[in-house]
Write a protein of this length. Structure first.
Length: 606
């Protein structure tokens, strides 16, 4: 059975696509609602596929229930569903109006974890491997316009050595059960985690777009089109007030905007956004398709010690995060997203990392609007086993991640992985083509891998533009010895900087604090101890920043989050500045004071 699943999971990852937008030509229908839901027994042989459940009304099954979309299914019923490993099934019917038959109809999934097969009216329309990124299928030929169509989705959440993230699957001795432990310190939430929509598009339409706009006002753009019948293209760039700054009649072109308003991260300036509108027109001048995309003029460069934003030093102050909440799991929720980003602003932070997977497109758009800089990370967390198959899958994921987020001015660095086993000799030949691929796809942003190994043994660091590393002095190393932290972290960052001559960013540091647990003098797991650990690190960071040997600091983690059950975790990971319910701990006030008074400033203000 495990071999069969592994073969399924090697299906190619669908490449990312245009963000969803509704306008005078494009129409969108949300399918977010209660879907019929059925689960197979854990570790089943795939009964649903074997017995063709996609041909049946699964609401008549004895174990049928409903499941909200978007949502993780794990926390909504009982422990057996929470820990379920294997196949689950979603189904619903939708009426498709006859008027939509003039164009093309797509079904779009913003995220399905982990392996998904999609059926429309009993016909398999496609499959996708990997979560956290959108995929869509053209279902024009599979639906009957003017009638209801049945949508069935089968999802398998089994993780193996060939998936991202990797997982370890082993029997526990219990009948029909598999115990799964992913090589990651967060809960493997599963299901239809983000929106599902029907897209009604013209037969000829724009399918992809790339925009590069730098701080000098230079602009280049490309647009991919499917179909024929258009004879004219209109490209218009407007500023935030709607004033036209640039026009073109080319589908792909270059240009210049004189004296552009630049996009700056928080605490450095305003996140100014322009809009590029692309129209396809027929011979008669009628509109065939149109898309509008917001973008910003800005340049990211780097020296041996600094990251420069529009030519000025950018010091990253922020967090690692998880897009994860009570009950909902790792699903998109606009209420929780707004709460999170409001709290990011409350702390005075200017950046965060999408640990350890790409976050929702809605969140990326909000980052652009608010001026929050983002390190975008793939789902390659804690790679322990290297092989050609995982490398190929990893490369697909890099392509899709960059393709989806490249037009966002808030995205300023690509993180290809988090804490791989980068001291193994196999690591370098594994990462060489990945770094080369990322650089070929985007030359405008630095490339990093978030490292856990030390400078003496790591074999990946010299491939990177910026070195990010995670370290937990006072917690996993010398717990309780607060007096050692400042010297330990100062010395290690100095070694990284001297050996590799790259900008250095500490991407994780911190300690756990159980909310409401206090002790004087500070003791491990109390809020006081967490505060003291952070303070000792800050002493070293301030010295290193003044010496231009540190490019940024990111606390782990923004908010507490759920993990698998373990004797080292008390109902999840509690390194958060905020609780899982987003209430502040003592450390949140400390960080707010630090980030609000220790801002990144323009060079002429220093």
């Amino acid at each position: 059975m495990l071999q069969t699943l592994t073969l399924l999971l090697l299906s190619p990852l669908s490449l990312a696509i245009l963000p969803v937008q509704e306008n005078e030509i494009r129409e969108v229908r949300q399918l977010n609602d209660l879907w019929t839901f059925v689960r197979e027994p854990s570790n089943s042989i795939g009964y649903g596929l074997k017995h063709e459940w996609f041909r049946q009304d699964i609401s008549t099954f004895h174990n049928a229930t409903v499941m909200p979309v978007p949502s993780a299914f794990n926390d909504l019923q009982d422990s057996s569903l929470r820990d379920h490993v294997g196949w689950v099934w979603y189904q619903r019917s939708e009426f498709i109006p006859s008027r939509m038959s003039k164009g093309r109809t797509y079904i779009r999934f913003d995220s399905a974890n982990y392996y998904a097969k999609v059926f429309i009216n009993t016909i398999e329309t496609g499959a996708n491997t990997g979560g956290h990124l959108p995929f869509e299928f053209d279902i024009t030929q599979h639906i009957v316009y003017g009638q209801k169509s049945t949508i069935t989705v089968a999802i398998n959440n089994t993780l193996s050595l060939t998936t991202l993230p990797q997982g370890d699957v082993k029997p526990t001795g219990y009948p029909d059960h598999i115990y799964q432990r992913g090589f990651m310190d967060f809960f493997p939430y599963s299901g239809l985690l983000r929106s599902v929509r029907l897209l009604f598009l013209p037969k000829t339409h724009i399918t992809g777009q790339s925009i590069i706009a730098d701080a000098e006002g230079s602009l280049s753009f490309t647009n991919d089109v499917i179909g024929t019948g258009f004879s004219k293209v209109e490209v218009i760039v407007t500023d935030a007030d709607g004033e036209i700054e640039y026009t073109s009649s080319a589908l792909n072109g270059t240009g210049k905007v004189a004296k552009p308003e630049l996009w700056w991260p928080r605490n450095m300036g305003k996140p100014y956004l322009y809009t590029i509108t692309v129209r396809l027109l027929s011979d008669s001048g009628s509109l065939i398709d149109v898309i509008r995309t917001k973008f910003g003029f800005r340049s990211i460069t780097w020296t041996k010690s600094e990251i420069l934003w529009n030519g000025r030093p950018f010091y990253c102050q922020g967090f690692g995060m998880h897009e994860e909440y009570d009950v909902r799991g790792r699903s998109f929720d606009s209420v929780m997203m707004t709460r999170d980003l409001n709290l990011v602003e409350w702390t005075g932070a200017n950046c965060y990392r999408t640990s350890h997977y790409p976050y929702s497109e809605e969140r990326m758009e909000e980052n652009d609007r608010r001026g929050i800089a983002v390190i975008v990370e793939t789902a390659a967390v804690a790679i322990r086993h290297y092989s050609d198959s995982i490398q190929n899958h990893h490369m697909d994921f890099i392509r899709a991640t960059i393709d989806r987020d490249r037009n966002h001015p808030s995205a300023f660095m690509w993180s290809l992985a988090n804490e791989p086993s980068s001291s193994l000799h196999e690591a370098k030949p594994y990462f060489v083509p990945l770094v080369k691929l990322a650089k070929s796809l985007d030359t405008t942003r630095p490339i990093t891998v978030v490292l856990a190994s030390g400078p003496a043994t790591d074999v990946v660091a010299d491939l990177l533009d910026v070195i990010c590393f995670n370290r937990y002095y006072g917690w996993y190393s010398n717990i309780g010895m607060l007096f050692k932290i400042e010297a330990d972290i100062y010395n290690e960052i100095s070694i990284w900087n001297k050996k590799f001559a790259r900008p250095i960013l500490i991407s994780e540091y911190g300690a756990e604090a159980i909310p409401g647990m206090h002790r004087d003098p500070p003791f491990a797991f109390t809020e006081e101890y967490q505060v003291e650990v952070l303070k000792e690190h800050h002493k070293a960071f301030d010295r290193l920043r003044n010496e231009k040997r540190l490019a940024g600091e990111m606390v782990w983690v923004f908010a507490d989050f759920m993990t698998l059950q373990d004797t080292t975790r008390v109902v999840g990971n509690h390194k958060g500045l905020f609780t899982r319910q987003r209430e502040p701990k003592m450390s949140a006030h400390l960080i707010r004071q630090r980030y609000s008074t220790n801002k990144t400033r323009h060079r002429d203000e220093l």
